[in-house]
Write a protein that binds this ligand. Structure first.
Ligand SMILES: [Fe+2]
Ligand SMILES: [Fe+2]
Length: 179
């Protein structure tokens, strides 16, 4: 496994952890406790910055671009499917955001469940199909180069301070919701 795909798999683990936390947040009985919207807002912030901007940005701008150069089909092929799913994920996040603004928690739960289902199958496809292909097609030098591009992307999109903040958010949630 190359350095670049390994980095993305590690991020998948963090995203999967957050999706489990999200399920627990939604099912938690918080009657008489008005903290849910605040947690949901933090969650949407995490999904926007970490899952979408940082992680999907690394895939789209660097890994997928390289795979297309190596002949992996975009439209009508595996890369095109992944890109479509990223866009669908963005739509679901926008719906979650809208539901929070109008304080409609039922609407939020519906959009969150769609997002969770989409991401679970998306991550499984990347881990078991696309990244396996990438490990076969990209040599070690290319994986190292992509990893450096990832680091730079992360620094320019979220910066070191925010990265730490996001990880401490996960830590706080996992203590509160015991996941
Ligand atoms: Fe992806
Ligand atoms: Fe991914």
């Amino acid at each position: 496994m190359g350095k670049a795909t390994q980095d993305l798999r590690k991020e998948h683990d963090s995203i999967l952890h957050v999706l489990k936390i999200m399920d627990k947040m939604i099912s938690a009985d918080t009657k008489g406790d008005n903290t849910k919207p605040q947690y949901y807002n933090e969650l949407v912030y995490f999904l926007k910055i970490f899952a979408d901007k940082c992680h999907h940005g690394k895939e789209e701008n660097f890994l997928f671009a390289e795979l297309i150069k190596k002949g992996v089909p975009n439209e009508g092929g595996p890369v095109g499917v992944m890109l479509k799913e990223h866009n669908l994920g963005r739509e679901y996040i926008a719906l979650m955001n809208k539901a929070l603004e109008s304080k409609d928690l039922t609407e939020f739960n519906t959009a969150a469940a769609k997002y969770r289902n989409l991401l679970l199958s998306h991550i499984e496809k990347e881990n078991n199909v696309l990244f396996v292909m990438a490990d076969q097609l990209l040599d070690e030098d290319m994986q190292d180069k992509l990893y450096q591009d990832f680091e730079q992307h992360e620094e320019s999109v979220i910066g070191h301070g925010v990265h730490e903040e996001l990880h401490s958010m996960i830590h706080k949630w996992s203590e509160k919701f015991e996941v």
